[in-house]
Design a protein around this ligand. Structure first.
Ligand code: AGP
Length: 372
């Protein structure tokens, strides 16, 4: 009913709008007054976490994209090797696991069969399993050794939005917490990131306030068949997520690529007026990556692509090469997906509407996939 949708036309729009609160709620009570993380709820002792020599993340779809982003954070802040695998592939390749492997299963519903089978396999190998889940008491957390709940609230639309952002927050918390209990050379950085994280819901709010041009752009592309998405570093999984949203909702051919791979094949796809969304890393910090992506934008534009550039406020270098420029607030590099994903959700939702598709219930899809 309209009341359930809180005045929005679709649950998806309501859930997109709820993201600042979902992000804040997922942080609530997990940072103490001194700015340290307190995750006693994990029920895995600090001593056990210090023994971990490998993190393995398993998930499907959008949750898998959260896992891909988590890998950057975990490896950077903890120096523990981290693998990310599609849950549906995991147990069929005889993965190397033992009691020192920490397996993280990410799932909004907690009922995804592929993810459940992956975690069962991990437990049989003697690994400890931590669930990151949005649904209290669902099967995946019940069968895991520990759980960190995301507090997105119920997500009704088939296309995941607020659950994704809170999965990212939970992954950052796990990464930072591992760093905190193990003590890494990034001690100072960890404190600073926790402070940035506690301000991030405000930044998500700011992104939502500037989405009208994105909706307009989406409507203008309703007649297109293909949209490509490019990113590097954590922007690469963001590109994959933008493409998945567009497939699910707009039924368009959409693909995400690592921008560095362009010249290894995908650049052959570029033709006159092809829309290409590019997620640009912050020019601060890892500026090498930033400069490389700016040359990628120049390359594809020279071949006729219509460039849709998502770049940090104040980044002027991209201006000459952007046919459409979407601004996002400056954040630390690893946190950028929390703001960069939002315009892509809005974009896909509006394109779906413009194409006359059912936003909350896309064809052929179910909210949770409880069969293998
Ligand atoms: C996301 O928009 C999708 N509907 C889908 O990829 C989903 O993320 C995937 O099926 C995993 O679901 P889960 O998080 O409930 O395990």
């Amino acid at each position: 009913s309209a009341a359930e949708k809180g005045g929005y036309d679709y649950f998806m729009l309501k859930e997109i709008a709820e993201q600042p609160k979902a992000v804040a709620d997922t942080l609530l009570g997990r940072i103490d007054a001194a700015g340290s993380l307190c995750l006693d709820e994990l029920r895995i002792s600090a001593a056990e976490l210090r023994e971990v020599d490998k993190v393995v993340i398993v998930a499907c779809g959008t949750a898998f994209h959260a896992g891909l982003i988590a890998k950057y954070a975990i490896e950077h802040w903890t120096r523990i090797p981290c693998e990310v695998e599609l849950a549906s592939e995991f147990r069929y390749r005889d993965p190397i696991l033992d009691s020192r492997s920490l397996v993280v299963a990410i799932s909004q519903s907690g009922e995804t069969m592929d993810t459940l089978m992956a975690l069962r396999h991990a437990r049989e190998q003697g690994s400890r399993v931590l669930a990151i889940c949005n649904t209290n008491g669902s099967t995946i957390p019940r069968e895991s050794d520990a759980v960190l709940y995301t507090h997105a609230g119920p997500e009704v639309a088939v296309a995941s939005t607020k659950a994704f952002l809170t999965q990212l927050v939970a992954c950052y918390l796990v990464a930072l917490y591992l760093g905190q209990v193990r003590g890494t050379k990034w001690g100072d950085e960890i404190g600073a990131v926790i402070r940035d994280l506690s301000k991030i819901s405000h930044e998500v709010e700011r992104v939502l306030e500037t989405m009208e041009p994105v909706r307009e752009l989406a409507r203008s592309l309703a007649g297109k068949n293909t949209v490509l998405f490019l990113g590097r570093h954590v922007g690469y999984p963001v590109a994959l997520e933008g493409a998945l949203k567009l497939k699910e909702l707009a039924y368009m051919h959409a693909e995400g690529f690592a921008a560095g791979e362009l010249k290894h094949g995908p650049i052959a796809l570029i033709e006159e007026d092809l829309p290409v969304v590019v997620v640009v890393p912050s020019p601060r910090g890892r500026s090498v990556l930033h400069d490389k992506i700016v040359s990628n934008i120049q390359e594809i534009r020279a071949r006729g692509a219509r460039t849709i550039v998502i770049a940090e406020e104040g980044d002027e270098t991209v201006v000459p090469y952007a046919d459409h420029l979407i601004r996002i607030p400056a954040t630390p590099t690893l946190l950028q997906p929390l703001v960069a994903t939002v315009p892509l959700q809005v974009f896909a939702c509006e394109l779906a509407t413009a194409r006359g598709n059912e936003v909350d219930q896309p064809r052929n899809l179910a909210k949770s996939v409880t069969v293998e």
